[in-house]
Ligand binder design. Structure first.
Ligand SMILES: *Cc1c(COP(=O)(O)O)cnc(C)c1O
Length: 472
């Protein structure tokens, strides 16, 4: 299997190149030349199977001949064994035909662990085999950084630099990033927004000399492997609820469009999915785009669901590419428009294609709080604000949705956002045992201005020092 760039100006590459690079050299995002198909019989057989077995069945066709089956199986088994729930991703029923798929039983309590833990194992495996070192640079609105730091801490072949927007992540999120002691972890508090941090990382990846010098490796949600690993739970949950014999709908709290694009991919690999519901907070660029065909950036509003406080929704480029019949030159034109004039419009044909599969709702701060209260009052279910955005959007699709079961992706553990939950319910959820005491651990981070040169200088100096240490 080869992987192509959405911008069409990079050569097709094998899976392992997409794994290590993240972003394609032409600035585009990688997608497989074709989506492997999972048969209806295979999907039916997923019911009752361990998560790791399903993961192997789905992931293996994307990297055949590049990773040995046995090695892949062992990595997958080792990763998902560390989740705190035996089902890895349990389903909870909230209402008739309304379910929450709990994706937060990994070490950092957000869905990002599901992909990041396996990504780290795989990257370390490949670097070890090649006797190489790599530098991981990532921007985070909170949860990606924590997941990456937890997954890569102490791995011998990588240095990790995580940029987060200073003062714009929750206390728990920040502490999860800043209290890890491993020497290969470097946390940068950027004086700017998440979009500034993401732009800074993108610039570094487009800077070829720096990219080569540090052997840069991108683990943000644009990394194709992460999206692939996230398709697995669409299959497992659908199988539990009677798929493939019935169609299932999914509502996904959305920021960078990675998690919901995984749902789109699952559908195009053969999983019968009815609707894919994009749930955004008041940073509603995607909701506006679906309603009007106009993709226009606005300024970022801080909300109680900070992991979705995004205007540049990077993975949307993948859907554009697909909706335009894989026309890379159009994607290049649209992305240039986004860069130069903060927006573009989608033509009627592709817009119709998108609307045929997706709905989109944006949920205000007041509605989020109201949903946290309602889930508690009606179902005795404590939900974090991101998941609440998804539940609220899901409830809104009900009047005009068919009777298919609707699964909301539960993207974070309530204990991660205790203030928002206390405001809505009067109850302050606890962190699970392994994170108790987080507030007492010593923090370590560097505050840097939103200045490209200064950030690059910092990373270069630290990475060089680490490489020397490793070589001596
Ligand atoms: C990252 C994140 C999201 C958004 O996921 P995307 O793949 O960026 O759309 C939603 N909720 C939580 C808790 C997250 O950490």
């Amino acid at each position: 299997m080869k992987y192509i760039s959405t911008r069409g100006e990079a050569p097709p590459v094998p899976f392992l190149e997409t794994l290590l690079a993240g972003l394609a050299p032409d600035g585009g995002l990688y997608l497989p030349q074709a989506y492997p198909q999972i048969s209806q019989e295979t999907i039916a057989g997923f019911a009752g199977k361990p998560y790791a077995d399903v993961a192997e069945a789905i992931i293996a066709p994307f990297l055949t001949e590049e990773i040995e089956t046995q090695a892949l199986r062992e990595m997958i088994a080792a990763v998902y064994k560390n989740f705190r729930h035996p089902a890895v991703v349990p389903l909870t029923q909230l209402d008739s035909n309304l379910f929450v798929l709990e994706l937060f039983h990994g070490p950092t309590l957000a869905f990002k662990d599901l992909a990041m833990q396996l990504l780290a194992k795989l990257i370390d495996h490949v670097l070890a085999a090649r006797c190489e070192r790599a530098t991981i640079i990532g921007a985070t609105s909170g949860d990606t950084g924590a997941a990456a730091i937890e997954a890569f801490a102490g791995l011998p072949h990588v240095d990790v630099f995580i940029l987060y927007p200073h003062g714009r992540v929750s206390d728990v999120q920040r502490r999860q990033m800043t209290t890890v002691e491993a020497q290969n972890i470097h946390t940068i508090a950027l004086e700017g927004t998440f979009d500034d941090a993401q732009a800074c990382v993108k610039t570094m990846f487009n800077h070829k000399a720096l990219r080569d010098e540090l052997n840069l490796c991108g683990v943000n949600s644009i990394n194709f492997a992460r999206i692939l690993f996230q398709t697995v739970y669409y299959f497992t949950s659908a199988a539990v609820l009677g798929g493939p014999h019935r169609k299932i709908s999914f509502a996904v709290p959305t920021g960078n469009f990675g998690d919901i694009f995984a749902g789109w991919m699952a559908k195009h690999m053969g999983l019968p999915i009815d609707r894919l519901v994009i749930a955004t907070n008041s940073n509603d660029i995607l909701t506006r785009t679906l309603a009007s065909g106009q993709h226009r950036m606005q300024t970022v509003q801080p909300t109680q669901s900070p992991s979705m406080d995004i205007q540049v929704s990077s993975n949307f480029e993948r859907l554009l590419f697909e909706s335009y019949g894989r026309d890379a030159s159009t994607v290049r034109r649209l992305m240039a428009g986004l860069r130069q004039s903060q927006g573009f419009s989608i033509e009627p044909g592709p817009l119709k294609t998108i609307r045929a599969e997706f709905d989109a709702f944006s949920v205000t701060e007041a509605e989020t709080k109201q949903e946290i209260a309602q889930s508690w009052q009606e179902a005795r279910y404590l939900t974090d604000p991101h998941t609440a955005v998804g539940i609220s959007a899901a409830r809104r699709t009900r009047p005009n949705a068919s009777a298919s079961p609707l699964v909301v992706l539960g993207t974070a553990h309530p204990g991660k956002f205790p203030d928002a939950i206390a405001r809505a319910t009067g109850i302050r959820p606890d962190l699970p045992g392994h994170l108790a005491g987080l507030s007492k651990r010593k923090e370590r981070f560097t505050i840097l201005p939103n200045n490209q040169n200064e950030i690059e200088r910092f990373i270069r100096a630290r990475a060089t020092r680490a490489a020397k240490r490793a070589a001596s």
